[in-house]
Design a protein around this ligand. Structure first.
Ligand code: ADP
Ligand code: TRP
Length: 325
């Protein structure tokens, strides 16, 4: 089973990214699947227009994935731009993609509402994503709920291509990461860099602790019973505490006699247990940029080899001729 997923280097990684996506990527790797994970820097051009920022975020996100457990000896880990063939495939796929299919994509409309420029790249974003997936004959694509429509578009495009030119492309399946796993941010909304409510993964421990102490809670007096299901602190605690401990906190919330400060202090402690080894590894990687670069280069070479094989088939199926080397 070949697993593939990509992450845009469009901001600093946070706890929501970890529990919503990165942790599952590591689990799929541990289960022994053939995994390809990449940093989608071409896609990030739709939202990051500063050259230095895009370069820096690309490296930061790469370090982040390595720090939480993506193992380059087991997974192919690479930069999207080290396989420029995806752009070629995206063009070919765009010639079998009806306008209506892209016009129905809600993420385009949402991004325009958030203030992104309504350019051709943003409109064609799902076609490049389809190319990312199809170029490696991927079977399974783990993504958040928000990407479900892009996976449907990918399947649709692949079927249209195969109908037109023969069965060249593998039709992938989405593996939708649980919706119930939406991690709340410091203000109780979904944790997201766009809401400025994140707990970053590689922040100094003191900063994370202070942010946890500032999490918004209601003003129920200490003595009164509290509803754990409506509390951000509890939601975050249940991600890092054992099942047993989570159950104890649930009981204590309901019984009353417990203040939010106490739950926050325990959350800060458990969060630090999770984050400390990640931060240590991340900081080692900051000091060793050559290692990160080597990993990405080698991953890129492996990924590119697969992509070039597929592109030969695609060119031959479509009648695109290139000079023989
Ligand atoms: P952001 O919302 O901060 O811009 P992204 O959209 O770049 O984050 O997130 C990349 C992936 O991380 C998403 O597809 C989703 O799977 C996961 N993710 C992000 N935020 C959360 C969250 N609060 N809860 C669960 N998963 C999340
Ligand atoms: N669009 C994805 C996101 O924003 C990132 C992405 C780009 C991707 N190409 C992909 C995800 C291919 C899965 C497969 O999260």
């Amino acid at each position: 089973m070949r697993v593939l997923s990509g992450t845009q280097p469009s901001g600093k990684l946070h706890i929501g990214n970890y529990f919503g996506a990165m942790r599952q990527y590591v689990q799929l790797q541990e289960q022994g699947h053939e995994c390809l994970y990449f940093i989608a820097n071409y896609h990030a051009l739709t939202s990051v227009n500063d050259r230095a920022e895009l370069k820096e975020l690309t490296t930061e996100v790469a370090r982040g994935y390595l720090a939480v457990g993506i193992d380059p000896s087991r997974s192919i880990f690479f930069r999207q731009s080290d396989v420029p063939e995806v752009c070629e495939l995206a063009w070919i796929l765009s010639c079998v993609t009806p306008m209506g299919l892209l016009q129905r994509c809600v993420s385009y409309k949402e991004k325009i509402e958030q203030g992104l420029l309504p350019n051709h790249g943003l409109f064609g974003y799902p076609v490049l994503q389809a190319a990312d997936i199809l170029i490696y004959h991927s079977h399974l694509v783990p993504v958040g709920q928000d990407q479900k429509q892009h996976l449907e578009v990918t399947r649709d495009i692949a079927k249209r291509f195969n109908n037109e030119y023969g069965a060249v492309l593998t039709i992938p399946e989405a593996y939708i990461l649980k919706e119930s796993a939406v991690v709340p941010g410091l203000d109780g909304q979904k944790m997201s860099k766009s809401y400025d409510n994140t707990l970053e993964l590689f922040e100094a421990p003191e900063t994370t602790r202070k942010q946890i102490m500032r999490i918004v809670t209601d003003s129920t007096p200490v003595a009164d019973p509290k509803d754990p299901e409506k509390c951000t602190v509890f939601a975050l605690l249940s991600l890092v505490a054992s099942e047993e401990e989570t159950e104890q906190w649930r009981r204590r919330y309901r019984e009353g006699g417990m203040g939010y400060g106490e739950a926050k202090a325990r959350l800060a402690e458990l969060m630090e247990e999770l984050l400390e080894p990640f931060r240590r590894r991340y900081n080692e990687l900051v000091k060793d940029p050559d290692y990160v670069e080597d990993v990405l280069r080698e991953g890129g070479l492996k990924a590119r080899q697969i992509a070039q094989g597929l592109m030969e088939e695609v060119r031959s199926a479509t009648g695109i001729v290139t000079a023989r080397e």
